[in-house]
Structure formats: structure tokens, C-alpha cells
Design a protein around this ligand. Structure first.
Ligand code: ADP
Length: 618
């Protein structure tokens, strides 16, 4: 019988993840009663260690990709966006306020400061933020360089002094982004999100009043005005994104363009690191993008959070975050076969012992079961380990390929993958029942299962130095450098198997017009390439969004083409001044940019329209 899916939480949190998974019928990992690898999801607010990636088994997922710190630490983000601006132009990478990393960039900062101070116009303000702190800690705003005092590494960023206000209060948007895969790049943005308000009216004459200038909940929940009615903002300091959308509807704004620009910010930011993130499709990444909108409705990227806060402080949090985590779990696409990890584990262990009876080092690798007696405890009742001689071909368990991995399912490699040691997510399928055998055992009959997808582990890829992040309550990430490299692995989405007895929730059904599309069935193929589902719950696929970007993101990411496509789409939408309200027939819509059907929804509006449909009306 298939067991329940098992989750493992680092440092006992976050509580919301536990709650959601228990509700879905998962069990929590308990080190005292389970083997080290007897879990399906390992959730950490901080970074994983190299070994966590290296030893990942086919039924396991992690909630982080390696190397995303390139955008989640303020100084790395500044540096990476600066590099992208130099390569692709300031006109494209114009969404992040100019910033300097101090002390290194002090001279450059002074030059810019003096240049702007001399130029005519309103006064210029700056904001100083410690690079490795979160939740608004250590932040201050200044106008005169004499007030700039710091004793650690900081970034000094141009302060957006003309934010859009609601009833006189500053706010920013917390956008939840899930990177399902970095190779091929696959991005989803959640329809719901949060709007976070300052709790005192915005006043440039009081730069020291953090309740007026910072929108962090961790600060504003301690404001004397937190519970006060604040005009349209109401009590507290948060709205849901739905409420904000409703607010926008009542204004005469080109809403589509605003959402598309935010969407662009997300994609362009991720493009800065995507080529250097090791291929690791057993992972997902939930990122929190903080976006400020100015009076001209231009969105600005303030920062990217590695472990967005999952605490439930108010009604808006409850309305947004629970659905978010449920949808994220759906996006991880657990399958029926993932429940058989215990059998797979025993099988693998069995084989390890078989191979390494004479190999002392392998004994250490057999996790907790170092004696035959212990191993036998883990086997089905009455089953004994046969005493077999090591197999010659399997004796050498050293080198780059982890010892366990030689027992993993064979994966089909694409041409470039075979050369580089990378595995294409799209071609990695169980080619036949042999691979499922690895989990279920060689004699298992997979009734109704034709081809099973399986995450598999590939050779290690070199990568930049890794860092360790520590989690915080509101956001998120403090970092300490270390020098780790990671491994990569592969999985792909294929039709899901029948779920067992209500213990997992099927992805929400998306309905466009009269027709429903669920995540599994809506996965299509475009010229042999799998197109990820357009929607999973409230997560909308924002990349790839047409045939050209799908093609540009296979094998080697063609960043230039992707940027061109983004610009083309944005230019078209900027001519559209009214929202489109016509009913859509999904099956009649074709990808206007390509030659195949490509169902891409428009992220942002409440009932997402197909992008191609929006463009038809321009
Ligand atoms: P932290 O990681 O400490 O939350 P952020 O960069 O998110 O740091 O900044 C905290 C808050 O400060 C933001 O939520 C926003 O309200 C404000 N802020 C940050 N940078 C700017 C900026 N360049 N212009 C205007 N406001 C900013």
C-alpha cells in the first residue's frame, strides 16, 4: 500500500507550511522514527547545504534552488542588475533605483550625488540599507551626505520620493513568484499577493519617521496608528492584491500595462541569474518581489526576498498565504509514485549493502542502518537480506557521481545535456517501466501507468560560491559566505496519476470562457517541447509566454531574444488603454507570435485573459 507523503521542516517552521500539508494528509518527518531519506519535501527558510542537493532522491523535492542569492541579497542584486544594464541597456533595466554598494562604491556614489545635487529640480533623497539585514532593520533616509553614517556593508539607493499614495499613505506590493525551473526557465506568479502600507501619512519633511516611509509589516504593526482607521486604507497595514485590483479598476489607469511591467521586472531580474543556476528541477523557489509604484504608475523593484514571510498577522495574510502554499504544493506536482519512497529506500539500501559488503566507507553511507539487523528491521515482515558477493561492475562507488545515484533511474539526455552533464527537464522521463521499477521494485505492475516522470540526479555542475541564509520573521534573509557547489537533477511534468484517498488536493481548475483546463491536461507540446501548464491554482505561468520564448529558453537560455519578446509585448500593450472584457474561447486562440497554439494567460487582472487574445484587440 502506498504510504502518505512526508514533509520535513527545518527548525520546526514555518507553521503555515505544516498546517497546510497536514490538512492535505501529509505526515511530518520525525527523525526518531524514519530513515534519513524517508521524506518527499524538505522545507527550509535558510539555504540548503551542498549535500542536500547532492543526495537528493527521485521522490524528494526541496523548496530552494541553489545560487538564487545572486538576486536575494541586496548587494548581489545591485551588482547583477548593473551588469545586465550594461549589457542590455539602461532602457530595459530601468526598473531598479540607482544604487551603490558602500564602502567600495563610495567615490562613484559621491560623483552621482554631486551631479544630481547640482542639477535643477526637486531635492534628491537617498535610502541606506545594510546588505544583509531584513525587516527594515538599520534603514534610514537622508538628503545630505553628511547624514550618511554606516559601520557595515550597505547599499545606498536613490529614494523613490514620489510614491503612489492611497489616502496619503505609502504602500508597496509583495508579489509571490515561483520559479519552477531555471533550466528551462519556467516562472509562475501568484494572482494573489499583499499590499503593505505605512501607517503614518507620507511626509518628506520627516525623513526620520519610519512609520511614514517604510512599509515593512514588522515595523508598522508596532505603530501607534496600526489599529486606527486610515482613510481608504482602513485598519491595520495590509490589503490583499484583489482589493488593490479593485481599487485600480476604479481609477482611470492602463491596468494591463502596469501588470505587464511588473511581470517584466520579475522576468528580467530572474534572467540575471538564470544562466548560472545549476539545473535542479527537483526544486522550486518561492520568492517575494517587493515592488513600489510611483505617481506615474511606474513600478520599481525594491528587493527580492528569499524566504518570504509566512506568518499570519492579519486577515489579509490568512486570505493570501494559505492559498499560496497550497498552490505551491500543487505546482510541485507530486505523483502517486512518490509515495513509494519507503520501498525505494529499502531497495536502494539493499543494493548498497549488496555492493559494498567489503567496502567500509559504504557502511557509513547506509545511513542509520549500519548493521544487517537494523536493515532487516526496515524490510517488510519476514524478509531477509541475502548475503551476496559484491558485483564487479558496481564496486567503484567514488568520483563525481554520488554513490546512491548509480541506482537512480536512467534518464534520457538531450544532445547538449549529454555533453555538459545536464539533463533536459523535458526529455527526462521514465522511458519504460524500468525506471518506475527503481521505486516500486522490478516486479511491480503499474496498472494504468504508461510513462512515469521521475526526478533524477545528474552530474554536478560547477557554480559560483554558495552562501548560507538565515531566516527571519518577516523576510527573510541574512547571509554568510561559504564555498559550496551543487549538483543538478531533473524531472518533468507529465499527466498525473489518480490521487489516493483525498490526501492530496488536485490543482484548482482554471476556467477560461466555457472550458476548464486543469494543470495536468493543459500541458501541451509545441514542436516536441513540453509547454508547462498555463495555470496551477492561482499561479499563472508568466514565462515562457509564447513560442519564441519557449524556444529561447530550451537548452541554452537566449537572454537577448527573451528580452526582445518582452519588449515587443509591452510595446503592444502600452497602446491598449481599456481593459478587455470580451469572452474568450480558449480553443480558438492561437499564439500570434508563433505558429502553434500557446496558451499563455495574462498575469495581473482578476480573471486572467489569454495574452494572444489581448493582442488581437490592439
Ligand atoms: P528590508 O529587506 O529591510 O525590508 P527593503 O529594501 O525592502 O529592505 O526596504 C524596506 C522598505 O523601505 C520598503 O518596504 C519600502 O517601503 C522602503 N524602501 C526601500 N527602498 C526604497 C526606495 N529606493 N525608495 C522608496 N522606498 C524604499
Amino acid at each position: 500500500m502506498a504510504a502518505s507523503l512526508v514533509f520535513r521542516l527545518h527548525d520546526r517552521g514555518p507553521e503555515l507550511v505544516r498546517e497546510v500539508l497536514l490538512e492535505r494528509g501529509w505526515e511530518e518527518y520525525d527523525r526518531r522514527h524514519r530513515q534519513d531519506e524517508d521524506w518527499n519535501l524538505y522545507w527550509r527558510a535558510s539555504l540548503f547545504h551542498k549535500s542536500d542537493y547532492y543526495n537528493l532522491m527521485p521522490w524528494q523535492r526541496l523548496n530552494h534552488h541553489p545560487k538564487t542569492v545572486g538576486i536575494t541579497r541586496k548587494d548581489f542584486l545591485t551588482r547583477n542588475l548593473r551588469r545586465m544594464r550594461t549589457t542590455f541597456g539602461a532602457g530595459v533595466y530601468d526598473f531598479s533605483p540607482i544604487a551603490f554598494i558602500l564602502p567600495n562604491d563610495y567615490t562613484r556614489f559621491l560623483a552621482e550625488y554631486n551631479r544630481l545635487r547640482m542639477s535643477p529640480g526637486p531635492p534628491i533623497y537617498w535610502i541606506c540599507k545594510p546588505v544583509d539585514l531584513s525587516r527594515g532593520r538599520g534603514i534610514f533616509i537622508f538628503e545630505d551626505v553628511k547624514d550618511l553614517v554606516y559601520d557595515s556593508s550597505v547599499i545606498v539607493q536613490r529614494y523613490i520620493s514620489n510614491p503612489l499614495l492611497i489616502s496619503g499613505y505609502k504602500f508597496d506590493l509583495r508579489i509571490y513568484v515561483c520559479v519552477k525551473s531555471f533550466n528551462p526557465l519556467t516562472i509562475y506568479i501568484h494572482q494573489e499577493g499583499l499590499v503593505r502600507f505605512a501607517t503614518e501619512k507620507y511626509q518628506l519633511s520627516h525623513l526620520g519617521n519610519l512609520y511614514s516611509h517604510l512599509t515593512n509589516t514588522s515595523i508598522n504593526k508596532f505603530s501607534p496608528f496600526y489599529k486606527t482607521e486610515k482613510g481608504k486604507v482602513g485598519q491595520g497595514c495590509k490589503w490583499t492584491m484583489s482589493k488593490f485590483r479593485h481599487f485600480l479598476h476604479c481609477q482611470e489607469v492602463n491596468e494591463l500595462l502596469l501588470w505587464q511591467r511588473i511581470n517584466n521586472i520579475v522576468t528580467l531580474t530572474l534572467l540575471a541569474i538564470a544562466p548560472s543556476v545549476p539545473h535542479f528541477p527537483n526544486c522550486v523557489e518561492l520568492l517575494g518581489f517587493d515592488i513600489l509604484i510611483d505617481v506615474k504608475l511606474k513600478p520599481w523593484l525594491l528587493e527580492v526576498n528569499y524566504s518570504p514571510a509566512l506568518t499570519l498577522d492579519c486577515q489579509a495574510d490568512i486570505a493570501v498565504k494559505k492559498g499560496l502554499i497550497n498552490d505551491l504544493i500543487d505546482l510541485m506536482n507530486y505523483r502517486w509514485v512518490d509515495r513509494f519512497r519507503d520501498r525505494a529506500y529499502k531497495r536502494k539500501l539493499h543494493r548498497c549493502l549488496k555492493v559494498n559488503r567489503s567496502d567500509a566507507s559504504m557502511a557509513a553511507l547506509t545511513v542509520k542502518c549500519s548493521t544487517q539487523k537494523n536493515v532487516e528491521k526496515t524490510l517488510p515482515q519476514g524478509e531477509k537480506l541475502p548475503l551476496l558477493k559484491p558485483e564487479k561492475s558496481q564496486k567503484k562507488c567514488s568520483g563525481l557521481i554520488p554513490r546512491y545515484h548509480r541506482y537512480l533511474p536512467p534518464v534520457e539526455m538531450n544532445k547538449s545535456g549529454a555533453k555538459s552533464g545536464m539533463v533536459s527537464a523535458n526529455t527526462t522521463t521514465y522511458s519504460d517501466n524500468k525506471s518506475a521499477d527503481l521505486i516500486l521494485g522490478p516486479r511491480t505492475k503499474l496498472t494504468g501507468v504508461k510513462k512515469l516522470p521521475c526526478p533524477a540526479i545528474t552530474a554536478r555542475l560547477p557554480g559560483p560560491p554558495e552562501v548560507t541564509l538565515r531566516d527571519d520573521n518577516e523576510t527573510e534573509a541574512e547571509v554568510t559566505p561559504s564555498t559550496e557547489t551543487d549538483v543538478s537533477s531533473s524531472t518533468c511534468d507529465t499527466p498525473q496519476q489518480e490521487p489516493l484517498a483525498g490526501s492530496w488536493r488536485l490543482p484548482k481548475i482554471h476556467s477560461v470562457g466555457q472550458r476548464s483546463v486543469n494543470t495536468a491536461s493543459s500541458q501541451t507540446r509545441e514542436k516536441g517541447t513540453a509547454v508547462p501548464p498555463p495555470r496551477v491554482g492561482d499561479f499563472i505561468r508568466t514565462f515562457p509566454f509564447n513560442s519564441a520564448t519557449l524556444k529561447a529558453s530550451q537548452e541554452i537560455l537566449d537572454v537577448r531574444t527573451v528580452i526582445q519578446e518582452l519588449l515587443k509585448l509591452t510595446a503592444k500593450l502600452s497602446h491598449c488603454s481599456r481593459p478587455i472584457r470580451r469572452k474568450i474561447r480558449l480553443d480558438s486562440v492561437r499564439d500570434s507570435e508563433g505558429d502553434g497554439t500557446f496558451e499563455s494567460l495574462f498575469w495581473g487582472p482578476k480573471d486572467p485573459k489569454l495574452i494572444s487574445h489581448c493582442l488581437q484587440h490592439l
